[in-house]
Design a protein around this ligand. Structure first.
Ligand code: FES
Length: 241
């Protein structure tokens, strides 16, 4: 019969994590990850309180804090506009990872930026449903309105000369029923026309919210805003409808 070694005991007795919201009921993933010499000391990085709180809140949600890597990277990117080396060092110190570990996670996903990106980020879906309904033309329109090079936008994304906009074609953003659609600073809009593009870009340039008429968040639930007229929908009416 196979004999398996005893699992290591975590956290090790000598592991001190001042300030970390460690749930002692969960004992996996609490050890420093990587060469301790390469893990920044929290006292040596100037992690903004707001960022630290977000990262710690994410860590508290998971038994293994590696699972909080992606929320932590989002927090860095939302705070600094991209995953800056300083931001990654700060998160690494809070999470007791090496910066290289967090960088390796960030570099795997194309939604994370490891170099400066536009202050507003627009992703235009050019996958099949959106493409059939004019996704390529929508990407053309966003490029014209923002000044982003169309070739760059179609090959990983490009930034406008003024640094205001990042525009990229994207494979299915998972909102095919809005086709043709785009994500503007993480908010979904669709179906979009050329006029919508102009209005969205103008609003963002002025620092205003894009017009909400095409926003997914403004869409009524299936059945319309007053589902009681439809007996099939009304019969499903519950506390959340
Ligand atoms: S094909 Fe565009 S969101 Fe799915």
């Amino acid at each position: 019969m196979a004999v398996f070694p005893e699992p290591p005991h975590f956290p090790p007795d000598d592991f001190a994590s001042p300030g970390l919201p460690v749930d002692r009921a969960n004992t996996t993933g609490r050890e420093p990850l990587g060469d301790p010499q390469e893990i920044p000391d929290i006292a040596d990085v100037d992690c903004p309180d707001e960022l630290r709180e977000k990262i710690e809140a994410s860590m508290a949600r998971y038994p293994d804090r590696r699972s909080a890597s992606i929320p932590a990277l989002w927090a860095i990117q939302r705070y600094y506009g991209w995953c800056t080396p300083d931001g990654i060092r700060q998160a690494a110190a809070v999470m007791q990872f090496t910066p290289a570990y967090l960088e390796s996670v960030a570099s795997f996903y194309d939604l994370f930026f490891l170099e400066p990106a536009g202050r507003s980020q627009i992703r235009v879906c050019t996958n099949i449903s959106c493409w059939m309904r004019g996704g390529d033309e929508l990407l053309d329109a966003f490029c014209r309105a923002t000044g982003v090079d169309r070739g760059d936008a179609g090959h990983g994304g490009g930034v406008s000369e003024d640094g205001q906009f990042f525009v990229s074609g994207f494979e299915c953003l998972g909102a095919c029923d809005l086709a043709p659609m785009a994500s503007v600073d993480e908010r979904y809009f669709g179906p979009l026309t050329g006029d919508d593009v102009t209005a969205i870009v103008e609003a963002v340039r002025k620092g205003e919210d894009p017009p909400s008429g095409r926003a997914l968040s403004e869409r009524p639930l299936a059945g319309g805003q007053d589902p009681t007229d439809d007996p099939k929908v009304a019969s499903l009416k519950g506390p959340n409808r």
